[in-house]
Design a protein. Structure first.
Lengths: 144, 144
């Protein structure tokens, strides 16, 4: 039995209320109101969930320290339709309190992309590339 | 302009060939064959991409060390249809070389879930819960 897809990405956060406000601003939606102590953002394709980082570590294993140092090793990305859309998103996330790590710029692979970090230091890429297209449901696909 | 969804999750990996073989086994699909040096697994909803962790850190910022210590702070999850599906998936990922961190078990929130770690130590949860349902496209939703 294989894993056919991802359903949820969970970010362990230091301040749940603050992180929830941040993602409310950048997604433009509120988390599901039926659950306390956890914020489920029901995005199309895959949910983004926020949960206190100490509780997340504890849920995985009592041996796991919630101490995060250095690079998470993971990036989350949104592929945009245009460079203009990327610039507009960077304005929005900056206003919401994100740190701009790499301002949007031309990339070595022929695209246009930038990175920001959320309040807990998780890295997001917002990118456009000539090889990318979108399925009718909005998910990513390669141009044929 | 807000971010309407996620399109890609990228994991920074130490050994791209080895990590690609691992995810080929647990997803049951091959990455897109048109790109070298990066593995795009075109899963429904959101892609999972593998890229060397040093190059990923460098792409974000020259100031970012690719050194990963402790907990990434992020979990990836697949919500299953049944406890049996979870048990079968855990057999499969164990065979593929995953470390079983928390064997599937009843949870405090009324569900059933376990965690495994991939070859680079990234944590995956495979979970079933009575409050979860699936949209026709296979993405997660709450029961009404």
């Amino acid at each position: 039995m294989t894993i056919p897809r991802l359903t949820v990405i969970t970010l362990g956060v230091k301040d749940l209320a603050q992180a929830t406000r941040f993602y409310q601003a950048i997604f433009g939606i509120s988390p599901n109101s039926g659950y306390e102590g956890v914020s489920f953002f029901e995005l199309p394709g895959v949910w983004l969930t926020l949960y206190p980082v100490d509780k997340l570590a504890e849920d995985i294993s009592p041996q796991l320290s919630p101490d995060r140092r250095g690079f998470s090793g993971i990036t989350l990305a949104y592929n945009a339709r245009s460079k203009d859309e990327i610039m507009a998103i960077f304005e929005e996330v900056k206003t919401a309190g994100a740190s701009i790590i790499k301002p949007p710029q031309e990339t070595f692979w022929g695209g246009f992309s930038g990175y920001f970090a959320d309040l807990d230091g998780y890295h997001w890429e917002v990118a456009w590339g000539p090889m990318f297209d979108f399925a009718p449901d909005g998910s990513l696909r390669f141009k044929e």
